[in-house]
Design a protein around this ligand. Structure first.
Ligand SMILES: Cc1cc2nc3c(=O)[nH]c(=O)nc-3n(C[C@H](O)[C@H](O)[C@H](O)COP(=O)(O)O)c2cc1C
Ligand code: SF4
Length: 479
């Protein structure tokens, strides 16, 4: 039976475990930091010396850690892009915005084990010569901000933060910054603008790659909460041991947020790629199956911006068998839940937020709900995103209010196809288009039928416009 594998959440849900530093220290807290600070320079065969910082950065690379915030980019590689010769300070920002709909994993760490994040951050800062770091937390998480501030105070009092940390000569300060609550504040360059006190307008890349021109135009690392926690475990276990967790190129564990029409919605930590989508939904250790008498209709596999997967779909996955590349056909429910398998299935594991929809779901309503969110959250800088997200939302509003047209399905795809592909400043363009493209491609008959029924109703003068969505009674819509 597939099991949870708790690395990040090892202690968080244990009875009696509390977020204070004494409890953390009783569970081996800050030992990894002590280990990192005790590293000495290594003599290399060519006569050069490898500093403790370089050793730590190499460890993170060798552990194969990939970002848990959305894109799954190699953490070690990201750190290697940091401009270390500019003479400017290097900053590190922990992205605790957790804004992708369906995602509720980072807040578990922050609320239940804030010192784990702080320890991961201190080690990451030490590895990257950072002396000032920020935790950017979304405004709607006031309790999280309070707990983090208290934990930072406790860490300072014990000498884990501030000047000359544990007598090592290393200085670091970490501040908590509360956002006002906007999806775009989770996008790293929007986040940086917001942290600088401005509107969270994403910056164009190039030239504004954070590793070179980030916070206050200085080299900056932006990493997700969960990513930074993994750094602590890489140091504690050693890179080679850590890399044994999960599967090749998809190492470690991930916390999955599971919601929608399952018996046991919640967050589950798994070894990456060792559990399938079907197991996450149906196994009694995880989702526990669909509601009584219901069949699966669709899955959003990685937060609202990931492309939807339809029940019964099959995918061709490239795999290594006995050292050879082979192609295997895999059913939707047999897809290993990892970064690469979902990419090969034409979608992504994104923020590892799975939303399950059973056959009671009105798919057009779901997309209307998602698109309304994106139209509301577009920052408005780029015309294709600003106008396109609104046009899609308006068309879907029509379709869900008795005013649709059969041609709306094609109309939606036409708009969605004209937003992404380098036409926008940030990846929000893709994020708002992918749901529309995939929902319409996979459930086109439902969109056409709804539009056609509306047209017929109008022709017969029968259609009663529905109430606005907010006033409508709860339907089976989940997203
Ligand atoms: C519109 C948008 C929203 C995002 N929201 C978040 C978020 O809430 N949290 C997060 O960690 N990353 C978010 N990201 C990804 C960040 O830009 C960035 O890639 C990430 O924080 C890097 O951390 P990682 O490498 O550790 O994953 C978002 C990206 C986009 C385009
Ligand atoms: S793509 Fe959208 S959210 Fe991103 S900068 Fe352009 S308008 Fe703003």
């Amino acid at each position: 039976m597939p099991q949870e594998f708790k690395l990040i959440l090892k202690h968080a849900d244990e009875p009696g475990y509390t977020p204070d530093i004494e409890c953390y220290l009783r569970h081996g807290g800050y030992d990894a930091l002590k280990k990192a600070l005790a590293l000495r320079s290594l003599d290399l065969p060519d006569g050069r010396k490898k500093s403790p910082q370089e050793q730590l950065r190499d460890d993170v690379k060798q552990a194969g850690l990939r970002g848990r915030g959305g894109a799954g980019f190699s953490c070690g590689l990201k750190w290697s892009f940091v401009d270390r010769k500019s003479g400017k300070p290097i900053y590190l920002i922990c992205n605790a915005d957790e804004s992708e709909p369906g995602t509720f994993k980072d807040r578990q760490i922050i609320h239940k084990d804030p010192h784990q994040l702080i320890e991961g951050m201190i080690i990451s800062c030490f590895a990257n010569d950072v002396q000032l770091a920020y935790i950017y937390i979304r405004g709607e998480m006031p309790q999280g901000a309070k707990l983090l501030n208290r934990a930072l105070q406790e860490a300072r009092a014990k000498g884990f933060l501030g000047k000359n940390i544990l007598g090592s000569g290393y200085n670091l300060e970490i501040h908590v910054h509360r956002g006002a609550g906007a999806y775009i504040c989770g996008e790293e360059t929007g986040l940086i603008e917001s942290l600088e006190g401005k509107r969270a307008y994403p910056r164009i890349k190039p030239p504004y790659f954070p590793a070179v021109l980030g916070l206050y135009m200085c080299p900056t690392i932006v990493n997700n909460v969960e990513t930074l926690c993994h750094v602590k475990h890489i140091v504690a276990m050693g890179a080679a041991e850590y890399a044994k967790l999960g599967t090749p190129n998809n190492t470690g564990t991930r916390i999955v947020s599971l919601s929608g029409h399952v018996q046991r919605p919640g967050y589950y930590e798994i070894e990456v790629g060792k559990v399938t989508l079907g197991e996450l939904i149906n196994d009694p250790n995880f989702g526990g199956g669909l509601r009584e008498g219901r069949k699966l209709k669709a899955i959003i596999p990685g937060g609202s911006s990931s492309k939807v997967l339809k029940a019964g779909e099959k995918f061709k996955l490239k795999r290594k068998v006995d050292g050879k590349d082979v192609e295997q056909e895999v059913d939707l429910l047999d897809l290993p839940y990892d970064f690469d398998s979902l990419l090969q299935a034409g979608t992504m594991s994104g923020s590892s937020a799975i939303i399950v929809m059973d056959d009671s779901t009105d798919i057009v309503e779901v997309l209307a709900n998602i698109s309304k969110f994106y139209a509301h959250e577009s920052c408005g800088q780029c015309t294709p995103c600003r106008e396109g997200s609104l046009w899609m939302s308006k068309a879907l509003h029509r379709l869900t209010h008795g005013q649709g047209r059969a041609e709306d399905a094609d109309y939606l795809v036409k708009i969605a196809n004209n937003i992404p592909g380098g036409r926008t400043i940030c990846a929000f363009g893709e994020a708002c288009s992918w749901p529309v493209q995939s929902f319409v491609a996979k459930f086109k008959d439902e969109f056409v039928a709804k539009g056609a029924a509306d047209e017929e109703g109008r022709a017969k003068g029968k259609v009663e416009p529905k109430a606005a969505p907010a006033e409508r009674k709860e339907s089976a819509t989940v997203a």
